[in-house]
Design a binder for this molecule. Structure first.
Ligand code: DGT
Ligand code: CA
Ligand code: CA
Ligand code: ZN
Length: 597
């Protein structure tokens, strides 16, 4: 695990443990903030912390003097004293209880202090003997929800990749749209923000027939369990369906889906609230307060100083509520795309960012055919690319070292190049380029001789094996590939698989700087199992001015549909169309490719 990640986890735990022990609010917030900042940071702080350069550490936003001292401790000794000390005071089981959805620190602390709950089994005990009900705010419904969350945590616990969650959400939205009385239905939450993994699916519906919506939702195909069926919120657990088997989960795996019935009139406010992120919402509410207003899921209201009840329940007319646009406008902000709502600087925007859209993509530069491990012929793949309005398709089958993936020996690649050129000759309306996805071997050299690489229009160089290498080695390996004069694109640079394999953890800042120097594009691989580069890497690359290439890495016709996930990952990194080579017109793109020959 990278140094930053280790530090991020420890700071998060320090924050939680401090809070459980009734610690200072200000310090709790500082730790939580530092944890978030470290999680998103692409600069490896280990060498800086090792050299004990406090000034350099505190120059990063969100890292104060205290946090910097702790980073130095961690780099020097592998532990943080305060973290160790707190761990001796807070039982590990209490931290496990904290992972149960819907249980806040306050409640966990109360259970621990008043009922001696020091593990999940302790919690189950006070539920079974009913003594949990003696605690404040523990109605039958709350207890039921806690039980469901425990069951969920025990059955799976891990997050779903976006590609699996997307299909389930699309299906529920379709079902609700087809239900009588529905005026609007949409998904919100992390899925709408295009996050790589999804904890649960959040659906909103506006309807003149709430009973009908509840019925349709809770009795839909694939519903395994109904967790709640309330006036405004219903929750179910849904089977994952066919997409799950491709992901390799067991058939009992499930995802929670929440449906909320909201008012048509305040649709925008509800959509904004339930899209989140929580951090973005908090920042938005603070902004509203500073302007003498109140923002909630019903709208933006002028604060009339009455603390007794929320404004909507007193028939106060909102300043804005129908659309997200009008709420942002009323708070003097440009429209912020859902994918940018992570409190990562969007609150300081004065102009909208022209982030990349799906329709901007005009070329696919990483695709496989039956020549290696793909399921399509060159013609079939080209027909799909053409139907998507692409002007260029690069066929990039695997290289010789990827033997399991049917990698091509040099002679076979030469034949394949001729075949691609022949198909290109007889296919109108799209340019089919001859390329290869060339393995970056563990020492950073490429899997074909330069002479052969020179024959290729497009070289995508990707790491496939040796993905457990130490960060330093990984950096060296990738830097060597980037410096190769015939490489155009680094494919899935870290080789990670979401929720399955961490992949390489190279020094991203160094890779980005080298990519700029050698005019190499870094890929966002759009497959939902990969999304590699990830959002935070993209953001760093975009800020530094590196070129990005968004590709589907198609093996199967349906893989072209994954483009949306790659584009959303680009948006999460604030990528604009100009910086993505797949948006360029044919002349510009082909010229750039040729400049490396
Ligand atoms: P997930 O499900 O873990 O992938 O992440 P989200 O972002 O979908 O989170 P979720 O499902 O807990 O809640 C959906 C949205 O609702 C969230 O992004 C923001 C909003 N929301 C939920 N609970 C709170 C809260 O306690 N405070 C605020 N400000 N917003 C909340
Ligand atoms: Ca969610
Ligand atoms: Ca939820
Ligand atoms: Zn590939």
């Amino acid at each position: 695990m990278s140094f930053n990640k280790q530090a991020s986890i420890r700071f998060d735990e320090i924050g939680k443990m401090l809070e459980l022990l009734g610690g200072d609010r200000f310090r709790v917030n500082a730790m939580t903030k530092a944890s978030r900042v470290l999680k998103a940071m692409t600069t490896d702080l280990e060498p800086i912390a090792k050299s004990e350069d406090i000034k350099a550490l505190t120059s990063h936003e969100g890292i104060g003097k205290g946090t910097a001292g702790k980073l130095v401790e961690l780099a020097r000794s592998g532990v943080i004293d305060e973290h160790e000390e707190l761990k001796s005071k807070v039982p590990a089981g209490v931290m496990e209880v904290m992972q149960i959805q819907g249980l806040g620190v306050k409640t966990v602390k109360l259970m621990w202090d008043e009922r001696g709950v020091e593990s999940i089994s302790d919690l189950k005990r006070i539920i079974d003997d009913g003594t949990i009900g003696d605690l404040p705010r523990m109605g039958a419904k709350t207890i039921e929800n806690i039980q469901a969350s425990i069951a969920f945590l025990e059955s799976s616990g891990s997050r779903l990749p976006i590609g699996v969650a997307q299909r389930i959400a699309d299906r529920f939205v379709e079902i609700l749209e087809a239900t009588k009385g529905t005026t609007r239905a949409a998904y919100a939450g992390s899925l709408r923000r295009g996050k790589e993994s999804i904890g649960d699916v959040d659906i909103l519906v506006a309807t003149s027939d709430p009973d009908g919506a509840r019925e349709a939702f809770t009795s839909a195909e694939g519903v395994m369990q109904v967790l709640a069926k309330g006036a405004t919120k219903s929750s179910i657990r849904s089977a994952l369906g066919e997409s799950a088997s491709r992901w390799g989960t067991d058939e009992n795996a499930a995802v929670q889906v929440d449906m909320r019935i909201v008012d048509e009139a305040s649709w925008g406010a509800a959509l904004m609230y339930f899209t989140g992120s929580k951090e973005h919402n908090v920042a938005m509410r603070e902004r509203a307060i500073r302007r003498g207003m109140t923002l909630n899921e019903y709208g933006l209201f002028v604060d009339d100083g009455s603390d007794d009840s929320p404004p909507q329940s007193r028939s106060v007319k909102p300043v804005a509520c129908a659309t997200e646009e009008e709420i942002y406008k009323a708070l003097d902000l440009p429209m912020i795309a859902p994918t940018m709502r992570e409190d990562r600087g969007e609150m300081a925007l004065t102009q909208p960012v022209d982030v990349i859209e799906l329709s901007d993509i005009r070329a696919e530069l990483h695709s496989h055919t039956i020549a290696s491990d793909g399921k399509m012929t060159i013609e079939e793949s080209a027909a799909i690319a053409k139907s998507r309005g692409f002007h260029t398709l690069a066929v990039t089958d695997h290289s010789q070292s990827s033997a399991i993936a049917g990698g091509l020996k040099p002679d076979r690649l030469r034949e394949h190049i001729n075949e691609i050129r022949a198909v290109n000759e007889r296919t109108a309306g799209i340019t089919i380029l001859a390329g290869s996805e060339v393995d970056i071997l563990v020492d950073g050299s490429l899997d074909y001789e330069d002479e052969l690489l020179h024959e290729l229009d497009v070289v995508v160089a990707s790491p496939h094996a040796g993905l457990r290498a130490k960060p330093k080695q990984a950096t060296k390996r990738l830097l060597r590939a980037i410096a190769h004069p015939m490489v155009h694109i680094i494919g899935h640079p870290t080789g990670r698989l979401i929720e399955k394999r961490p992949g390489l953890e190279p020094g991203m800042d160094e890779l980005i700087a080298a990519a700029i120097e050698h005019k190499v594009a870094l890929e966002i691989n759009s497959h939902w199992m990969r999304l590699d580069l990830r959002d935070t890497h993209v953001r760093a690359a975009v800020e530094a001015g590196a070129l990005i290439s968004i590709n589907c890495d198609d093996h199967h016709p349906s893989d072209y549909d994954n483009l949306r996930f790659g584009v959303m990952t680009g948006q999460r990194g604030w990528l604009t169309p100009e910086q993505c080579i797949n948006t360029w017109d044919a002349e510009k793109l082909h010229g750039w490719l040729r400049s490396k020959r």
